[in-house]
Design a protein around this ligand. Sequence first.
Ligand SMILES: NC(=O)C1=CN([C@@H]2O[C@H](COP(=O)(O)OP(=O)(O)OC[C@H]3O[C@@H](n4cnc5c(N)ncnc54)[C@H](OP(=O)(O)O)[C@@H]3O)[C@@H](O)[C@H]2O)C=CC1
Ligand SMILES: N[C@@H](CC=O)C(=O)O
Length: 396
Amino acid sequence: MSKKLKIGVFGYGVVGSGLAHVLKNSKGLDASIVKVCVKDAGKERDLDAQLITTNPDDILNDPEINVVAELIDDADAAYHIVKTAMQKGKHVVSANKKMLAYHIEELIQIQWQYKVSFLYEASACGSIPIIRNLEEYYDNDLLQSVSGILNGSSNYILTKIFNENSDYKLALKEAQDLGFAESDPTSDVGGFDTLYKLIILTVHGFGLFVHPDEVFNSGIARLSPKDIELASQKGYKIRLLGKVTKVNGNQVNLFVAPKFVKPAEHAYTVESHYNGVLIQGNFYDNQFMYGKGAGAHPTGSAVLSDITALAYDYKYEYKKLKYYGGLEYTNDMDVEIYLRYTDKNDLALFNFKEISESLKGKDFNYVIGIVNLSELTKIRKQIAEKDIFLAYLGDE
Ligand SMILES: NC(=O)C1=CN([C@@H]2O[C@H](COP(=O)(O)OP(=O)(O)OC[C@H]3O[C@@H](n4cnc5c(N)ncnc54)[C@H](OP(=O)(O)O)[C@@H]3O)[C@@H](O)[C@H]2O)C=CC1
Ligand SMILES: N[C@@H](CC=O)C(=O)O
């Protein structure tokens, strides 16, 4: 492509403005923002008013613009923008993990059809270059699992609760005010944001497209002081984990759940809005990537890194799609969980194969035992609606 990058940006919120700031401080790149499309033209912004539009066509139909940076908080609108931009021959960078989780397979096909680049490093783990590493370095079959803390907001909240005894709602409000949380923070605390990121990492790590609705996810919204007390008594912290693992040679398993984290585990050291990704493989064992997972500048710098990569015609090769071609998704896996419930009837929802510890008290009921992930997946919506907190007790 022409090395002069003329960028049309969709969205000037936390990430869009973060990109503008980091670009201003990046002297070596011949790139400039020539138009910014937002929803509300009346908002005050640190932008030349000439750049602002509310009409997507001002970017999509401008032949001078060769790069679209899609940084909006609406996954459906983003899907149409990204698709149209590529169909019009523009290279696209995006941070939209929800859009990617639901449409990545189709968008990859469109990218190939229209021979453009489509890069989205900022969509998974903020500033950590995890997608590029899965693409370039872990491009063989040694990789066994990718797991870790993929959501900055929930980690910020859990850190505040564990370290400072903060109130959950207050910590969530801070995560929102600091620009870490999604517009609908249910995505962060319900484990959906982690799930979307895990779906993307699964495409690049294992070459498999998994529909988000097929995967078990549970979050931290029902965390109670009793859960914190019990975890602390056992010497654990609680962190929200996403994990994808290759199992039985030709299958891949995914899930998202809070985890009781032991001091020796990598996730134990990850605090505030940082993310930490543990890459486990044959022969090299464990490798750990750590960095800021949310916020304007960490995310803006990941978007800038994608834009920089466009200057040398970088494209994801999706090597694992070609390499494996035959892995399949499974959620038939036994897992050890901690289950805290309020209504004693709710226990009947769960089919424990084994129970190693349980308590039925006046205001605290819990079970620790083994359940099958496929059964948890079937009842994940019921779990989310009830006063139930569930945590994974297996390895990270
Ligand atoms: N915040 C973070 O740390 C991270 C966010 N992301 C992802 O980046 C994306 C943006 O997030 P964030 O910046 O936090 O969100 P914000 O809510 O801060 O900003 C969203 C921006 O999108 C604009 N917008 C919304 N819908 C449209 C539309 N249809 N057309 C044009 N503009 C639109 C809004 O316009 P207006 O200003 O007029 O309201 C606003 O400028 C999301 O997909 C998010 O998941 C990814 C990694 C980290
Ligand atoms: N809401 C997300 C933002 C980055 O992806 C998070 O908290 O991690």
